[in-house]
Design a binder for this molecule. Structure first.
Ligand SMILES: [Zn+2]
Ligand SMILES: [Zn+2]
Length: 345
């Protein structure tokens, strides 16, 4: 047996060729003279083979882009690649690649090189965010003409936190804009579902009124696309607040769809209050404004506390089931009366 190409004898022959001649003819590795990497200027995701990905390191991203650009014959296999990067300038790197590839049961070494070039761009999601893209608006309103700052702050945190937990790894779920408008806040959502979830949650747990509507927006791939609007009207009070209803004061223990679970401050008994109109309820004292008072004397039915505003002792009746854990109790003054709150509420 001899090599038909070079005539070498007494050697391993593959396809009528010696190992060297076979390799020259059939075992090759090529790479384009440059490999471009686009980095999103906003989130640092890198576009690799047409898809935007989060990368742990730019070195790793360059290596995988380089390796992804290598071409070898269809009947051979990449066994090993070693990429050496040398920085020409921060946007251009020379990549030297040592390759081991196997063909017909034998391994061959090849060395190739390319230039890695960095480009700045914007990934699809960031482009949408920058363009304030939205498919749904969540409109959160209070009862009056304007929403008070405390509530606005709290709802802003609530909605953004909920979104964060729903988002997970879905890059297409985001809030592209939050706008302060007359009477409340508008949240612009990239997708309707999370907006709807938040709206429903506010309805179910905070007695909010819920309305949804849609409007035609445009066409996408031959189908009509609509934009959703979820309107949420908050009742103007929350868990822990003191409200007035039907000439009585109540501590709001919890809220659910259409009903408030209140504790009658005079009696201490709890009852559900059906909510037909938010305006039937009047906010007396916000939870954050309830003060504590030092207890002076406590008997079976009565309690004497030091009014923190006037420093005058007050004798009050204890509500049914009253429980005290510390030296102080929460003291509430409304236009209807003065009460102590049980620590069990
Ligand atoms: Zn040969
Ligand atoms: Zn991005």
């Amino acid at each position: 047996m001899f090599c038909v190409e070079c005539g070498a004898e007494d050697c391993e022959i593959v396809d009528s060729l010696c190992r060297e001649c076979y390799a020259k003819k059939h075992v090759w590795a090529t790479i384009p003279d440059h490999v471009d990497l686009t980095i999103c200027a906003h989130c640092s995701h890198v576009e690799i083979e047409g898809r935007w990905k989060a990368v742990d390191s730019m070195k790793g991203a360059m290596e995988s882009a380089v390796i992804g650009s290598i071409s070898i014959p269809p009947d051979s296999k990449l066994v090993d690649t070693r990429v050496t990067l040398r920085e020409n300038d921060p946007r251009n790197f020379l990549a030297q690649v040592d390759i081991t590839l196997s063909s017909r049961g034998a391994n061959f070494e090849r060395a190739i090189s390319t230039l890695v070039r960095f480009k700045r761009g914007a990934c699809n999601e960031c482009s949408k965010k920058m363009g304030n893209y939205f498919e749904a608006i969540l409109q959160v309103r209070g009862t009056g003409k304007s929403m008070d700052d405390e509530m606005e702050q709290e709802l802003n945190t609530f909605v953004t936190e909920r979104m964060k937990s729903m988002k997970g790894n879905s890059r297409d779920l985001f809030i592209s804009k939050i706008e302060r408008v007359k009477g409340g806040l508008d949240f612009y959502f990239s997708k309707p579902q999370p907006a709807r979830n938040v709206a429903r949650e506010l309805q179910d747990t905070r007695c909010a009124e819920y309305k949804e509507s849609s409007s035609m927006w445009g066409m996408r791939e031959g189908e009509e696309v609509s934009r959703m609007t979820y309107l949420i009207r908050m009742p103007g009070f929350d868990k822990g607040d003191i409200i007035e209803y039907d000439s009585k004061d109540y501590f709001v223990r919890s809220m659910s769809k259409g009903s408030v679970h209140g504790i009658d401050l005079k009696q201490g008994d709890s009852r559900p209050l059906k909510m037909k109109e938010a305006s039937d309820f009047r906010l007396s004292v916000r939870a954050s404004q309830i003060r504590s008072a030092i207890v002076l004397i406590e008997t079976d039915k009565e309690i004497q506390v030091l009014d923190p505003e006037t420093m005058i002792p007050l004798d009050l009746r204890k509500p049914v089931g009253f429980l005290r854990e510390g030296e102080q109790v929460r003291l509430v003054k409304t236009r209807l009366g003065v009460y102590v709150l049980s620590d069990s509420w």
